[in-house]
Design a binder for this molecule. Structure first.
Ligand SMILES: *Cc1c(COP(=O)(O)O)cnc(C)c1O
Length: 408
């Protein structure tokens, strides 16, 4: 098979196939986009990047679109990477930086994933799109769908922060709350797929989202002059952030722009729902959280990630690890970030909390350079409720009373 500009390859069985809007291989593995990097390098180089647009679309050769006309952008990406000298001294660490992902449109890094996904769906002529979410994916999808003139349906848990729910409504999405967790919302969307004719844009259901998130890694490398840090710390839920970062470095290494080992990848989760941490510590496969979920309503609360084994493999391959932090530790880290002038979401603050624990145990040494990802800002999580509240649904039949099938 001769290679197109890009194709799909299964991360599990390694089978290559033509590009399509598909997230899973027949073997169950996650399908990742594979580019003709030799072709990409004809127009893309470290030098000519200097003159490009300050958004994630500066890396257009490494994003899976056929035409640049399809791009749906609200100015996402190219977020600042800043140093935290006071914390470096306090924690006795050579270099500590934070990537300020809260500065993205819709206030979280989810904007990157949906800029690429919605662009891709536009290229395929899709008009109606649905997503199960803990919150930030819902509001990001709602915004990009609005920008593209698509109809959006979002379903979030009932304890999702009210301000994020309000955001979805303001972007014009059909907004529902599920009595349950993110996977219950996912089951409803799958159930309604044929009747409602919507595309399920959930985590790892199509190849676009990981690609958008990948641009965080491309940027980190470019902003670091193509010399990566020793450790990166990422707050992990569904896991496409980790996969995206790893894929970015892998592609840059194949392009020959990076030397040396990959950074050690660290996933941070919250105590009470930490399937990745359990798998990494036990050396076993990732299995759905068995105990009742007790963690806070954040993007980290994903008891059954779609391809947990891929995340665990990346953590092991890079000599990384996974660590759980408590809601108390997260709250303290949020205050500490605040004293540096940084507004952090619980997820973003979890990276500081996890890093401090790993420094204490000397897993991170004084000679290491570390990058944290502040994936969202604090204000979205303030206690406030929309009025009226969006409808609460238990199953697809409930949702159907609000959103009749297209044919009726
Ligand atoms: C979704 C989300 C995460 C988790 O990212 P994944 O890519 O799903 O692992 C972390 N932080 C915030 C703020 C999020 O919205």
């Amino acid at each position: 098979m001769t290679m197109d500009k890009f194709q799909l390859r299964c991360s599990r069985c390694q089978k290559a196939m033509k590009f399509e809007l598909k997230g899973r291989c027949a073997c169950g593995g996650t399908l990742l986009v594979e580019y003709d990097l030799e072709l990409a390098a004809h127009t893309l180089s470290p030098l000519n990047l200097k003159n490009r647009i300050s958004s994630m679309w500066r890396y257009v050769e490494l994003l899976p679109l056929t035409s640049e006309q399809s791009i749906v952008s609200l100015g996402e990406g190219w977020t600042p990477l800043i140093r935290l000298p006071r914390l470096e001294r306090e924690l006795n660490i050579r270099q500590l930086q934070v990537k300020r992902e809260e500065q993205n449109p819709t206030g979280s890094f989810k904007a990157r994933g949906f800029s690429s996904t919605i662009s891709l769906l536009r290229e395929y002529g899709i008009q109606r799109v649905a997503v199960p979410s803990n919150g930030n994916a819902a509001s990001a999808m709602a915004a990009y769908a609005a920008r593209a003139g698509m109809e959006a349906i979002v379903i979030v848990p009932q304890d999702c922060p009210g301000i994020i729910i309000e955001e979805c409504k303001r972007y014009g999405a059909h907004t529902f709350q599920v009595h349950g967790l993110i996977h219950d919302a996912g089951a409803i969307i799958e159930k309604g797929k044929s009747e409602q004719g919507w595309f399920n844009a959930g985590t790892m259901r199509e190849p676009g989202r990981i690609e958008g998130k990948k641009t965080m890694g491309l940027e980190l490398a470019e902003q670091s002059d193509w010399k990566l840090p020793d450790v990166i710390v990422y707050p992990t839920g569904g896991g496409s952030g980790i996969v995206g970062l790893w894929k970015a470095f892998d592609e840059l290494r194949q392009l020959g722009w990076l030397q040396g080992p990959l950074p050690r990848f660290v996933s941070v989760q919250e105590t009470g729902c930490s399937p990745i941490v359990e798998a990494v510590q036990s050396g076993m496969h990732v299995t759905p959280t068995q105990e009742p979920v007790r963690s806070s309503p954040t993007g980290l609360r994903v008891p059954n990630p779609p391809d947990g084994d891929l995340i665990a493999t990346i953590l092991r391959q890079t000599s990384g690890t996974a660590i759980a932090v408590s809601s108390q530790e997260i709250a303290e880290a949020r205050s500490r970030f605040g004293l540096e002038g940084i507004s952090s979401s619980p997820e973003g603050a979890a990276t500081l909390a996890g890093m401090a624990k790993l420094r204490e145990s000397c897993w991170i040494g004084s000679h290491d350079s570390v990058v944290l990802f502040n994936t969202s800002h604090a204000d979205k999580y303030l206690p406030w409720r929309p009025n009226p509240e969006p409808p609460v649904v238990h199953n697809y039949a409930d949702l159907r009373t609000w959103l009749r099938p297209l044919s009726e």
